[in-house]
Write a protein that binds this ligand. Structure first.
Ligand SMILES: O=C(O)c1ccc(O)c(O)c1
Ligand SMILES: [Mg+2]
Length: 629
């Protein structure tokens, strides 16, 4: 099936849009009328540019306020259509989108609309053109694809078909299975868009908040399964009106769009194998068994500070790399690497970000299949020369240019620690009870969040939690958690809108997106907090008001409350269970560690505590701000 995108989805001028659409791998595009009108060249020049990029114009749109008008408006609407047919013939576009009318003088009446479309179909046929009727969710009389289909059915013309748009159908809550009643050959074109679940006026939501399939909360997979079941095999086209995308880099939006279509159709194929013969197979979405290691890029000067923190948290040095200046720190199932190389990728990561997480390695069932899926979805491969005998770990570029690696137990990669490291003979020192990585917090500009959320949810078998707003003392930070099935990989994406927030300063100070915090899970956080305190771990001091409020909210046992307070632990609870958090003091460019314990089936990340944690971090960073007694 052909992939396509509407020019309105991408920023820039007509040339920028075409270049980005072609580079992202689309087969064709929808020309949004405004984009053509704003272009300085004529239609033949535009068409030649499109062809020059190896693209095809699959649709010209929109033609508005056509059906059901009284005279003389009706005659005028036909004359307007003829002008657009002239233009389409020069462009070499053969399909026109007619969207349902919002004209204040439109009369309504399904047969009148059908008769108008029939006549327009005759005129289109005379020129070898076709038209498709689309129900806008806010159309005056036609605002549901079921009614649009009835108009098209009654128009009864071979050159008149239906155009479906997932936003208009799903945004109105119309069950997608109603599409299964429509014959596939009468569906002339399918437009796809997702959107976040926000309760607001349909028109405003559609024109400002649409996003790529998989980036929002609509059931675009259910919609496409129904479309495929009709036998439709025409173009799949993204039509995304989004304020953020209008100012984002055209190449990024286009490549995210292409990735979203491939991932969508892969999910459709897996859910509906009988009707998806036309979809190119991809390796299955990867499950994640564990975070195998997290690697810090640092320098000889800054490494001791980091290593002091690791020791204070109960990590012991367990080995060193056979050829590189990389040490391995271990505790429970956690492996941390500290890289002080002065050349190569880790060093450039250190130069550009300061001490930073340069690599994250995930243990997956089949590393080469995961790499294959990621590359097929347009991820950038990463490789760096290794010394003879060392493992070449499959890797791609992730957030902020960092590296995401894949290891498995079915290849030599399972022998990573024996092959690439010389492990200490001595038994490790006593652990502080940290057992595994609970989650990794990556901080970025707000404008990048959708892109990285799509990155994780398209490659992995993962779900995303609803976006939450965190009130930092200096502005809002948006946070979205992504979690693979079973929870072995949990990532929180934190998007900074203002430079003044902790997250915003981190992005500025570390020159771009990066891991800002790592949370380790303890099986007994009270024991862990005591062990850490005994080792000199500097916990973030939480204020007294927080504990008073906690008590008011949850009515905790006085003994529990006193223990939380004495250890600077934060607490949260949801329907599934309880959550405990301990924060370390920030270091480097604003990174910090967190220790958590999840009890029962607690599913969150302590978002309710985040405003008090950011306020405490701000106080700790600037002691001058503390009130004087
Ligand atoms: O917002 C609009 O007007 C508009 C126009 C054309 C479309 O295909 C659409 O989905 C929305
Ligand atoms: Mg549309």
């Amino acid at each position: 099936m052909k992939t396509s995108i509407a020019t309105v989805s991408i920023s820039g001028d007509f040339r920028d849009k075409l270049a980005a659409i072609a580079a992202a791998g689309f087969d064709g595009l929808e020309i949004f009328e405004q984009d053509f009108v704003a272009f300085e060249g004529g239609p033949r020049e535009a068409a030649a540019m499109v062809r020059g990029h190896g693209l095809e114009i699959l649709l010209f749109q929109p033609f508005r306020d056509f059906e059901g008008l009284p005279e003389p408006l009706r005659t005028r609407a036909f004359a307007r259509a003829e002008r657009k047919f002239d233009l389409m013939q020069e462009l070499g576009a053969d399909l026109l989108l007619v969207c349902s009318s919002v004209h204040p003088e439109a009369i309504g009446g399904i047969d009148r609309a059908a008769a108008d479309l029939h006549e327009l179909g005759e005129r289109a046929a005379a020129r070898g053109l076709r038209l498709g009727f689309e129900a806008l969710a806010w159309g005056r009389y036609v605002n549901d694809h079921r009614d649009a289909w009835e108009v098209v059915r009654r128009a009864d013309h071979p050159n008149v078909g239906l155009i479906l748009d997932s936003f208009h159908s799903l945004g109105r809550g119309i069950p997608p299975d109603t599409i299964r009643r429509i014959p596939g050959d009468k569906i002339f074109f399918v437009q796809l868009a997702d959107a976040p679940a926000i309760d607001m006026d349909l028109l405003y939501w559609s024109r400002h908040f649409r996003n790529m399939p998989g980036e929002g909360d609509l059931d675009v997979v259910g919609f496409m399964r129904a479309v495929m079941a009709t036998g439709y095999r025409g173009p799949l086209s993204l039509e995304i009106f989004n304020d953020q995308f209008r100012s984002a880099l055209p190449g990024l939006v286009a490549s995210d769009g292409h990735r979203s279509l491939l991932a969508l159709m892969d999910r459709v194929k897996r859910a509906e194998p009988a009707v998806a013969e036309a979809v190119t197979p991809l390796p299955a979405p990867a499950s994640v068994d564990a975070v195998e290691f997290i690697e810090f890029a640092t320098s000889a000067a800054e490494a001791p500070g980091l290593e002091t923190q690791l020791s204070a948290m109960g990590f012991t040095r367990a080995g060193r790399h056979v050829s590189k200046s990389v040490t391995l720190w271990r505790q429970g199932g956690i492996n941390i690497l500290v890289n002080t190389e002065t050349t190569g990728f880790a060093h450039s990561a250190f130069i550009s970000h300061g001490t930073t997480v340069s690599d994250i390695a995930l243990r997956v069932p089949d590393a080469s299949a995961t790499l294959g899926r990621a590359l097929a979805l347009g991820s950038k491969r990463f490789s760096q020369a290794t010394a003879p005998g060392e493992l070449q770990i499959p890797a791609i570029r992730g957030v902020g240019g960092s590296v995401l690696r894949f290891v498995d137990g079915i290849s030599d990669l399972g022998r990573l620690w024996e092959v690439d490291f010389r492990l200490e003979k001595n038994a490790p020192g006593p652990s502080a009870g940290l057992a595994r990585v609970d989650h990794i917090g990556q901080t970025m500009a707000y404008g990048e969040m959708l892109s990285w959320s799509l990155f994780y949810t398209s490659i992995f078998e993962a779900t995303k939690a609803p976006m939450v707003d965190v009130a930092d003392p200096d502005g809002l930070v948006r946070s979205q958690a992504i979690e693979t099935a079973g929870g072995a990989l949990r990532v929180t994406l934190n998007g900074a809108e203002s430079r003044r927030t902790q997250a915003g300063r981190f992005v500025a100070d570390s020159f771009g997106s990066a891991v800002q915090h790592i949370a380790f899970a303890a099986d007994d956080i009270f024991a862990a907090a005591e062990a850490l305190a005994a080792r000199g771990f500097q916990a973030l001091a939480i204020g007294k008001n927080y504990y008073d409020d906690l008590d008011a909210r949850f009515g905790l046992e006085p003994e529990l409350l006193a223990r939380l307070k004495s250890l600077n632990l934060m607490y949260d609870r949801d329907a599934g269970g309880e959550f405990f958090q301990l924060y370390g003091r920030s270091f480097g460019e604003g990174m910090f560690f967190e220790i958590v314990e999840r009890r029962g089936a607690y599913a969150g990340y302590g978002a309710a505590n985040a405003p008090f944690r950011t306020a405490a971090q701000r106080r700790a960073a600037r002691p001058g701000d503390m009130p004087r007694i």
